[in-house]
Design a binder for this molecule. Structure first.
Ligand SMILES: [Fe+2]
Length: 241
């Protein structure tokens, strides 16, 4: 069962999104791997899809080390994904093909890559579509806005009050992301977010570690009171569901 599709999405099988996956060059291209590994790509230069996967795989693989630092990882991963050449013919074609899903009245979601240490997903919103408040248990997330404009709100969960049957979410940030902007979360910080598109928007989402059965089972969705809790700015009462 997919991570998101079980709760919030109907996994699409539209030709457009399948085309996106197929249009992306495969990581098995040996020449590309050699290129990415040998460091011949300039540190600040644009990188293509294969080099991007290679770089993320290398960084995400560090999560098993004792000195793994989520905040440092998401900063590095954000810098890597911001180098992804969104104007490359392959990606431009892929994102155009994905627009075949436009008009279906739902957020589209598809896997682009899944490996042991990370997964990369594609998300497409039409104007006004949203993904409501949810968390990412034990995971980091780095999302890149590839096209369009999307509002992203991030929250921390406050320690539960004894006996309370509701939760309190503290808004940590809100941002309008446009092309090449990035939003990050770690398992401890900003782990809950909500997204709503101002226009047709396409995202590339990197999760490390990837979703598995246990993380899917622990995922939570929240119903959030839009009014600040007791009039306290940035604080919102929420319940699960
Ligand atoms: Fe999310």
């Amino acid at each position: 069962m997919d991570d998101y599709s079980r709760r919030a999405f109907i996994r699409t099988s539209l030709p457009g999104l399948l085309g996106l996956t197929m249009a992306l060059p495969g990581i098995t291209a040996l020449a590309t791997r050699a290129n990415a590994c040998s460091g011949r790509i300039p540190q600040d230069g644009a990188i293509h899809w294969d080099a991007f996967l290679e770089a993320i795989a290398r960084e995400a693989g560090r999560q098993h080390l004792d000195d793994w630092n989520e905040a440092a990882y998401v900063a590095t991963a954000a810098a890597i994904v911001q180098r992804l050449d969104l104007d490359s013919p392959e990606l431009k074609t892929a994102f155009e093909q994905a627009k075949a899903g436009v008009g279906n009245q739902r957020v589209d979601f598809d896997h682009l890559e899944k490996q042991r240490d990370f997964q990369i997903s594609f998300v497409q919103f039409e104007k006004g579509e949203e993904i409501r408040h949810h968390d990412h248990p034990g995971m980091t997330g780095v999302l890149l806005c590839a096209t369009g404009t999307v509002d992203v709100w991030n929250y921390d969960e406050l320690a539960p009050q004894p006996g309370a049957d509701t939760l309190l979410l503290k808004e940590i940030s809100r941002a309008a992301l446009t092309k090449s902007d990035v939003s990050t979360l770690t398992s401890k910080d900003r782990n809950i977010h909500r997204l709503q598109a101002r226009s047709l928007t396409q995202l590339v989402d990197i999760f490390a570690p990837p979703y598995n059965g246990e993380r899917i089972a622990r995922s939570r969705w929240f119903k959030v009171d839009p009014e600040p809790f007791q009039g306290r700015e940035g604080l919102f009462e929420a319940s699960l569901g």
